[in-house]
Design a protein around this ligand. Structure first.
Ligand SMILES: Nc1ncnc2c1ncn2[C@@H]1O[C@H](COP(=O)(O)OP(=O)(O)OP(=O)(O)O)[C@@H](O)[C@H]1O
Length: 504
């Protein structure tokens, strides 16, 4: 089926998120949508999926105008959406989840569990998915859950699939697998809209690239374009894709972690007896496939982990056993891996979010009352500095695009007086222009003497920021290696092996 969006305009109050955007998707084509944070990509896809009604313009399928009152109509017309935050029910099996979808849309009448199982098996076989219909969704890795979302869409005969930043939550290997799946879908004639900020992925699979800026289409790019060319088109200026930094000049020993063990509420050990240190003015980057203890390590440092043994010493003081509030007061900045869970209060304004995590007396509160003017000025400064695209400082954080939400979290944490910065996936969902800026800010924090712990699943980010790299595997340290260690060796270490010539 041939899909065309024609002159789509969508406004939120006075903000024009989509301004007469036109786009076509042919069968068997991967059409990449590129654009800076807040450009209007997700809004356009939500219009296509019936979640928002366009103020102007129309959606055509095989030249027939459509009216989507909700996702049910879009699905019935053959449009599927793979969300970044999955819409699956974790305690149900794969087949039950697929079945549920059919009930919700009323598609094809009644689908029994056996038929759903068969459907899952058939689709899995066709695309080489390896998904067990009887597995509980909550037991599946993120990459497989995503495949369940794809199966759900295909089970409803979707002919156009929308992927909105699907790789932001995936490991590098899962990303490669998803790229292969997208190619297979394309071979079978499915049209794909693919939104991503990762230029490597665009270059790998795109047949066509449309660039959106501030709500309008600014042009098409060739899939043969270089990363630098794509980046410049996206943000409208040349971008430094790898931050320039001088060698670190480490100062005093700042953070000393000794024999750290972190377990969850069920007693599962996630960090299994690790010891390392970070000096003032140094960035230690933690590499590893997600789920090897990185999250729990950062949570232990900020006081969020339930069971911690061993010692975490910052500036000569023990942190283990202290509350989150005490950790924040000790000057620990924390950029959490999931901004929506731990980073922001979505029904607070941007300004209110920017004053979280500060001690109660300064600088916005004096003698028990909030100095709104001071907060307003500060928030405006941060909005400009971090290029947060929003109507104003009293916009609710929940109304920001994903990348702009991330920028608010980073702006808040980097503007406190820091003794330690713990940054987990600091540029998740952020466009290339803002990655450049955030990386510069992290390096500036380092250069001002702050010790920094960066956790990232992006090897590019690790090698851009690290002064030393610590590789974690199954909760243990495989090695702490120099920043210029090759990708191949890092890859081996991330699989738990110690390459020749590397000391473990
Ligand atoms: N429900 C909403 N209410 C008000 N404004 C909104 C709403 N949803 C989106 N916006 C605004 O519309 C604009 C476009 O947002 P959108 O999420 O489409 O951007 P995006 O291109 O997907 O960005 P990102 O790359 O950061 O995900 C932004 O300025 C955003 O703040």
């Amino acid at each position: 089926m041939r899909l065309a969006l024609r002159d789509i305009t969508k406004r939120f109050g006075s903000l024009v998120a989509n301004d007469h955007i036109s786009l076509t998707v042919e069968p068997g084509e991967i059409h990449c949508l590129l654009g800076e944070n807040g450009a209007g990509k997700s809004t356009l896809m939500n219009v296509l999926y019936g979640l928002y009604q366009a103020d102007e313009g129309e959606i055509l399928i095989d030249d027939e105008p459509q009216r989507f009152k909700g996702p049910g109509d879009a699905m019935a017309a053959g449009i599927g959406m793979v969300h970044q935050h999955f819409m699956l029910i974790p305690v149900f099996t794969v087949a039950e989840n697929v079945m549920l979808g059919h009930e919700a849309t009323g598609f094809a009448g009644k689908l029994d569990l056996d038929a759903a199982r068969k459907l899952v098996r058939d689709i899995s076989e066709r695309f080489g998915f390896e998904v067990d219909p009887d597995a509980l969704v909550e037991d599946l890795p993120v990459g497989v859950q995503q495949r369940v979302e794809i199966i759900k869409a295909l089970s409803r005969d979707a002919e156009v699939l929308v992927f909105d930043e699907p790789t932001a939550v995936l490991t590098p290997q899962e990303t490669d697998e998803l790229m292969a799946i997208m190619r297979q879908l394309k071979e079978s004639g499915t049209g794909i809209v693919f939104i991503t900020h990762k230029l490597r992925e665009v270059r790998e699979v795109a047949d066509r690239i449309t660039v959106i800026r501030r709500g309008t289409v600014v042009g098409e790019a060739s899939p043969e374009a270089s990363n630098a060319e794509l980046a410049a088109l996206m943000v409208g200026r040349p971008v430094e894709l790898k931050v320039h930094k001088e060698p670190a000049e480490p100062g005093e020993r700042a953070l000393v972690v000794s024999d750290l063990v972190v377990a969850d509420e069920d007693g599962h050990v996630h960090v299994d007896g690790i010891s390392f240190h970070i000096d003032a003015g140094e960035i230690l980057a933690v590499a590893g496939v997600q789920g090897n203890g990185q999250t729990e390590l950062t949570e232990a440092i900020v006081g969020l982990a339930p069971h911690v043994e061993g010692s975490i010493n910052l500036d000569g003081r023990e942190i283990v056993g202290r509350s989150v509030r005490k950790a924040l007061e000790a000057g620990i900045g924390f950029i959490p891996e999931d901004r929506q869970v731990d980073g922001l209060v979505s029904n607070f304004t941007i300004a209110e979010n920017l004053m979280l995590n500060r001690s109660y007396d300064k600088p916005f509160v004096s003698r028990g009352s909030l100095n709104l003017k001071k907060l307003d000025t500060f928030a405006k400064e941060k909005l400009a500095e971090y290029d947060v695209r929003a109507p104003g400082v009293s916009t609710l954080a929940g109304q920001l695009s994903g990348g702009n939400q991330q920028k608010v979290v980073v702006a808040r944490e980097l503007s406190r007086d820091l003794r330690l910065l713990v940054a987990s996936q600091p540029t998740r969902g952020v466009d290339v222009g803002s990655i450049e800026f955030i990386h510069k800010q992290i390096v500036a924090a380092r250069d001002s003497g702050v010790p920094v712990l960066v956790v990232s699943s992006e090897l590019d980010e690790i090698s851009a920021l690290a002064d030393r790299i610590m590789v974690l595997y199954r909760g243990r340290i495989v090695g702490i290696v120099p920043a210029d260690t090759s990708r191949d060796n890092l890859g081996l270490m991330m699989a738990g092996e110690t390459p020749e010539g590397i000391e473990s």
